[in-house]
Design a protein around this ligand. Structure first.
Ligand code: URA
Length: 188
């Protein structure tokens, strides 16, 4: 039987005290996640960057400003959704998450997901998509296609940071967020 849901405040306190991997030594603070705890849409990014580590909130830097614009394309605001990352601590110099860090940290994301119980999980980029879908198929092939993970609908999209200086990816991101809006409104 599944264990009861852990309240988000309790999970947040566990994350704040976490020492399960060496990333804890380099962090200013953990970045748990923010938004509507009853959101229909859970957005999952990769890991905090410099600004997120300093402010304690996901997607507050350049990629975050772009994410806000993308959400608007889907008819959403930050207050409508919940935003979290695969890793809760910033990797040094924003390097890729390591498998052992993902393994140590993702029980928190799993519990967050169970507690929020969204209808859709939007995975941003390869790390998030691979973790949620347990797949080795890359984001270039999966983006913009509706997938499933257990009871959740999963909609993979390129990471907004990857698109900041790549107009092709920007176009794909904007199309995919428009499709997300249609899915949410039941138009497709
Ligand atoms: N990139 C991410 O994946 N997450 C953040 O919170 C910020 C940038």
């Amino acid at each position: 039987m599944e264990h009861p849901h852990i309240p988000l405040e309790d999970l947040q306190a566990q994350v704040a005290a976490c020492r399960r991997c060496p990333l804890c030594d380099g962090r200013t603070q953990t970045v748990f996640g923010v938004g509507n705890p009853e959101a229909r849409v859970l957005i999952v990014g990769e890991a905090p960057g410099k600004n997120e580590d300093l402010q304690g909130e996901p997607f507050v830097g350049a990629a975050g400003k772009y994410l806000n614009e993308l959400l608007a394309i889907a008819g959403l605001s930050r207050e409508d959704v919940y935003i979290a990352n695969v890793l809760k601590c910033r990797p040094p110099s924003n390097r890729d998450p390591r498998p052992e860090e993902i393994q140590a940290c993702t029980p928190f994301l799993r519990e967050q997901t169970r507690t929020i119980n969204p209808e859709y999980i939007v995975t941003l980029g390869n790390f998030s998509t691979k973790f949620i879908l347990k797949t080795d198929v890359g984001i270039t092939r999966l983006h913009g296609t509706l997938q499933r993970a257990g009871r959740f609908k999963v909609f993979p999209i390129f990471h907004p940071a990857a698109a900041l200086y790549d107009s092709k990816k920007r176009e794909a991101l904007e199309n995919d967020f428009a499709t997300l809006g249609e899915l949410l409104r039941g138009e497709v």
